[in-house]
Design a protein around this ligand. Structure first.
Ligand code: FAD
Length: 596
């Protein structure tokens, strides 16, 4: 029941038809990412995910990790699986070729990330954080640091972590207190970090921590934070491992889900200070770390997608096997599998259509990331980057919030068997639950979306996005098909809701920022639903053309029906959210703190 089959058919459809792989392979540096190669990569990744990582998901959940002596030990099988992962070159799939990576597009990495996370979210967190750390080091580190650390981080021989959070500094990183005292060519760090994912483990010989800390005379607040690289083992000039550094995991958290991912309390400088090296410039650490956080936020959105798809697969399989009752229009005869009941169908379609919308939206944004990096025209690069910046909080917030709802529906499909651990449905909900929390809660993503991303561009980037949506609306209006007409009408309503909500946010922001803060979470969800609907509408146009040409009617027929379901049953949430957004904040803020 807990097997995982990667949805490579839908992935290929999205990659080729919606995210425009063709266009990416014409970019300098991506010429090798041909459809054949991408297909081979997806097939091999699917094998590793289903045959190696997925079988460890449940056992890892049951066993968890353990802290013994100076180190954390991973659950059985994880070390061997990680070795296989590294030997297969999976860690460096989109890594810089200068440092041993394969340099494939972010789009391809995104598809593999979805598979790793669906198969085993605890495992996948390790390369996820490493990818962010690698990117931050690549962009901001000195040549010496890059030469010394990047090849091993790109290959996965060493893993990177992200050390931001402290007991008094969670969402608000201005309160970071860890100290970094300069000494010769390095610094000595003292302080404690909490909640550090894969902060210590036995998968690799070394762990490379990227740590936010303050130098002694740094200004207060975010302007006084710097970024440091602190290895678990110091690295000798010849690249061999040297002395054990003064950083260690002092405890691991017992938590709701992702039991096989160690969440560590890390202590820096208990003895003589942990040796660390400055990354980038002093006092610019938060900006540098944002490179990593943006990277990681996009990937946490993918994590939500992956775990949601796993929950869906499990629910769908169960619904095909579980026999119970008869449909209302059938008075006698054999009892049927629950998938025959309309209400179970509603639940499965709700899961499936949202997952496909999330996948299309997130993959198209991954292609935008590729265009932002590699497009030969600087104006187009800036345009794509602006769109990525705008949409990262939406991919993170919307996909992760939906993942929790989808995993919960997965339990409902199972009835009582969903509520017991035996089937595995519970684990997906427990695992998914952290995704709207870490890498910035949904509240923080929403504040970023309205307060920074929309406001900074005064709505122009959103207007450009809406303009593109209008192009699809026009194509649908010309189509001579009942299904496409329904989908087109729904897209029109969604676009109007997004446009009006955006106007409201921009107009209200300066007069009543609290009202916008109240509305921000709903605005983020509205944006997600409409972006998902836009991509489902594009998918419907392609599917209809392929159906008319007689191509793969099973897949394309299902895609068209799923897009119609989304248009009729999911997209109307945008209208409801518009109404809520416009209602302002007065009722939410009506009570004093004492009245709660
Ligand atoms: C399993 C797990 C793994 C993690 N891994 C890492 C890691 O590897 N590295 C790392 O550095 N951290 C990690 N974290 C920490 C994580 O990023 C934080 O928990 C998260 O950012 C929220 O911070 P907090 O827990 O302090 O919550 P708080 O900041 O106390 O937030 C509590 C609530 O208040 C809301 N809130 C707070 N401030 C605002 C605001 N300004 N506007 C609106 N709402 C607000 C939040 O949305 C939330 O609902 C991990 C956490 C967990 C649970």
């Amino acid at each position: 029941m807990t097997t995982y089959f990667a949805p490579t058919r839908d992935m290929r459809f999205v990659i080729e038809e919606l995210a425009g792989l063709d266009q990416l392979t014409r970019l300098p540096g991506y010429e090798d990412a041909t459809p054949d190669l991408v297909e081979a990569v997806l097939d091999e990744a699917a094998k590793l995910a289903s045959e190696v990582l997925a079988p460890l998901n449940k056992t890892g959940d049951a066993q968890g990790v353990r802290l013994e002596g100076d180190g954390v030990f991973s659950a059985d099988g994880f070390k061997a699986a990680y070795q296989q992962f590294v030997e297969g070159g999976w860690n460096g799939i989109s890594g810089a070729p200068d440092y041993g990576g394969q340099g494939l597009p972010e789009l391809v990495l995104t598809a593999t990330m979805e598979m790793w996370n669906a198969a085993n979210m605890s495992f996948a967190l390790c390369p996820l954080l490493n990818a962010g750390a690698t990117e931050a080091l690549k962009q901001h580190g000195s040549d010496a640091l890059k030469t010394q650390y990047l090849p091993n981080m790109v290959s996965g021989a060493w893993t990177g972590t992200m050390n931001l959070t402290e007991p008094q500094a969670g969402s608000d990183l201005s309160a970071v207190r860890t100290k970094a005292v300069p000494e010769a060519d390095h610094y000595r760090l003292y302080g404690q970090k909490i909640f550090i994912t894969w902060g210590d483990h036995d998968l690799t010989d070394n762990v490379v921590h990227l740590v936010l800390a303050r130098t002694p005379d740094a200004p207060e607040g975010v302007k006084g934070i710097s970024l440091f690289l602190v290895p678990k083992f110091l690295v000798n000039a010849d690249g061999s491992l040297g002395q054990r550094n003064d950083v260690q995991c002092v405890s691991v958290e017992h938590k709701l889900g992702i039991h096989a991912s160690p969440t560590c309390v890390m202590s820096f400088g208990d003895r003589d200070g942990a040796i660390g090296y400055l990354v980038g410039q002093e006092n610019k650490g938060l900006a540098h770390m944002f490179t990593m956080m943006n990277e990681a936020r996009q990937k946490v959105g993918i994590q939500g997608l992956g775990v949601a798809d796993r929950a869906y697969q499990q629910a769908r399989n169960y619904a095909k096997e579980r026999v119970q009752g008869r449909p209302l229009d059938q008075k006698s005869g054999d009892r049927v599998a629950i998938i025959q009941h309309p209400d179970v169908r509603r639940m499965l379609m709700t899961m499936k259509s949202r997952i496909e919308a999330m996948r299309a939206f997130a993959y198209v944004m991954a292609a935008d990331m590729d265009l932002a990096h590699k497009h030969p025209d600087a104006t187009e690069r800036r345009r794509r980057q602006a769109r990525v910046d705008l949409l990262i909080p939406v991919v993170k917030g919307w996909c992760t919030e939906l993942s929790v709802e989808i995993a919960s529906i997965g339990i409902q499909v199972h009835g009582g068997m969903g509520y017991v651990e035996e089937t595995g449905a519970c684990q997906y909900l427990r695992d998914a639950r952290v995704t709207p929390i870490y890498e910035g809660t949904t509240g923080i993503q929403a504040a970023d979306l309205v307060g920074r991303k929309l406001a900074m561009s005064q709505g122009t980037v959103m207007a450009d996005l809406i303009q593109e949506m209008r192009g699809i609306e026009a194509e649908l209006a010309q189509a001579n098909s009942a299904e496409l007409t329904v989908i087109g009408e729904s897209l029109t309503a969604g676009i109007q809701a997004l446009e009006q909500a955006t106007q409201w946010v921009l107009q209200t922001l300066s007069q009543d920022p609290n009202a916008v803060a109240v509305a921000s979470g709903n605005y983020l969800m509205l944006t997600g639903y409409v972006c998902g609907g836009w991509q489902m509408a594009r998918a419907a146009l392609v599917a209809k053309a392929k159906l008319d040409a007689g191509e793969d009617p099973g897949f394309h027929g299902a895609k068209l029906a799923t897009a119609r379901f989304y248009a009729e049953q999911i997209m109307p949430q945008a209208d409801a959210l518009l109404k809520i957004v416009r209602s302002g904040g007065s009722s939410i803020l009506a009570l004093s703190a004492e009245q709660f």
